[in-house]
Design a protein around this ligand. Structure first.
Ligand SMILES: Nc1ncnc2c1ncn2[C@@H]1O[C@H](COP(=O)(O)OP(=O)(O)OP(=O)(O)O)[C@@H](O)[C@H]1O
Ligand SMILES: [Mg+2]
Length: 425
């Protein structure tokens, strides 16, 4: 049968995993074998859609980013997963007289992921296990359910007849389990683009084949904080002040921060381009004490360069995982600016987010009644576990545990493939 796959629809990147018929457990080691290539031989497809208004075509992934950066007239959408469960999901963005409902863009993306995976596997996929964060939305069960229901409806609309959901940090656990040869109590830490998800699980070769794993899952937890939030706070700390964030009006009041928050947050960048927002900004510029900064903001909005700026900030953040300082060449600003960004600035900007992540892990341990010393291993996955300070801080909560870094972008999809095989055969 094996017409079932695992779909990791991520805030930033998506993958599809599939256990090929005849694969022995040994061959599945490391999980990466299970991933189908979704774009140019790569397993990840960035969760990005670009509606190109010149040819009325929709582009996906890296090709979408390339079209946008090349300056084609159109509209870019990233972080669509962050809309799930919020009223923004029912909204739309407009370009060249066309209304683009976010729900339609999301459905097109999931449909494209399915088509590409099927093309690679050489078969149709009727069943799928979709990953989901432990909480799509924090502290709001109704909104969280709406998020899952919306994703379910989109998956069904794309042609998956049967859809099951699995927590992303449990999927990662299954991937890690396929690589170990003894029993361990493991803290799984999946720090992605939108959420940080955790599970505390008993794993081992003797347990892997069991049909029911409920007793092995001691606790799951999560918080809606991820790499896109790191981008936002780094943006507000470093580049938004160049555009007038925190500057004053002649009345002495501060410029409303909403323009800057919208532009610094991946899934709300397009809100800065609405006519209403642009007209209000025109009025503000006349009253600004530092009109040159606001003129820069207006220029950026006119050029629809919000995603470009966010990409520069994200690039700086990733650079700071290796270097203590990076240079940002902001050549699309008017006038252009060259800026040095220090790791210390980044770490200070995300300090409160890291506190909240620590709290989530401590609560997880308490929920499970597990002492830090009992945890054998911490398994890190998700692109944002590239942030060294974050790994150190989570590691410090379970000081004696071994630290293992998985495939940061592939573990969830590989684990979902194993789960799909188990659930759908
Ligand atoms: N080396 C790095 N250092 C820090 N952050 C990184 C690094 N590489 C990638 N990232 C960040 O990782 C995030 C993407 O990670 P990933 O693909 O695991 O997320 P996702 O699965 O799409 O999101 P989620 O699971 O939360 O829905 C982005 O915010 C990206 O900027
Ligand atoms: Mg993820």
């Amino acid at each position: 049968m094996t017409n079932a796959c695992g779909v990791d629809f991520g805030t930033s990147n998506s993958t599809v995993g599939w256990i090929k018929p005849g694969t022995t457990p040994g061959q599945a080691l490391g999980g990466a074998h299970a991933l189908l290539s979704l774009e140019d031989g790569k397993a990840t497809l960035p969760s990005v859609v670009f509606f190109n208004a010149d040819d009325e075509e929709v582009r996906y992934g890296r090709a979408a980013l390339a079209d946008y950066l090349a300056g084609y007239e159109g509209r870019l959408m990233r972080s669509m997963k962050s809309l799930l469960g919020t009223s923004l999901m029912d909204g739309q963005t407009e370009v060249a007289g066309r209304a683009l409902p976010f729900r339609v863009l999301l459905a097109q993306f999931i449909g494209e992921v399915k088509r590409r995976a099927e093309g690679q596997a050489g078969r149709g996929f009727e069943h799928a296990v979709f990953g989901r964060p432990v909480f799509f939305i924090d502290d709001n069960p109704a909104a969280d359910k709406l998020a899952e229901d919306t994703l379910l409806a989109v998956a069904r609309g794309a042609g998956f007849r049967e859809v099951a959901f699995q927590y992303e940090p449990i999927a990662a656990a299954f991937d890690y389990e396929s690589q170990i040869d003894r029993e361990e109590l493991v803290l799984i830490a999946d720090i992605g683009g939108g959420t940080s998800d955790f599970s505390l699980v008993r794993l081992g070769p003797g347990r892997a084949g069991k049909p029911e794993r409920r007793d092995d899952i001691l606790a799951t937890g999560g918080v809606h904080i991820g790499g896109t939030d790191f981008d936002k706070y780094l943006s507000l700390a470093s580049v938004m002040p160049l555009l007038g964030y925190r500057s004053a009006l002649r009345s002495g009041a501060e410029i409303p921060s909403s323009y800057y928050f919208n532009l610094a947050t991946w899934h709300t960048i397009n809100q800065a381009y609405t006519r209403k927002s642009i007209v209000q900004l025109d009025d503000l510029v006349r009253d600004a004490r530092e009109p040159a900064k606001l003129a820069r903001l207006q220029h950026l909005i006119e050029e629809r360069a919000g995603h470009w700026l966010a990409m520069q900030v994200e690039g700086a953040k990733i650079g700071l995982s290796d270097a203590a300082s990076v240079r940002l060449e902001l050549d699309r600003l008017a006038p252009p600016e060259s800026l040095s960004v220090e790791r210390a600035t980044f770490e200070a900007a995300i300090g409160q987010l890291l506190d909240a992540i620590d709290t989530t892990v401590l609560r997880l341990l308490a929920d499970a009644g597990v002492k830090p010393g009992d945890v054998d291993t911490v398994f890190f996955t998700g692109g944002s576990s590239g942030v060294g300070l974050l790994r150190q801080r989570i590691g410090a909560l379970v000081p004696d545990a071994r630290k293992v870094e998985g495939d940061l972008f592939g573990s969830i999809g590989a684990g979902l493939a194993l789960d799909a095989q188990r659930k759908f055969g």
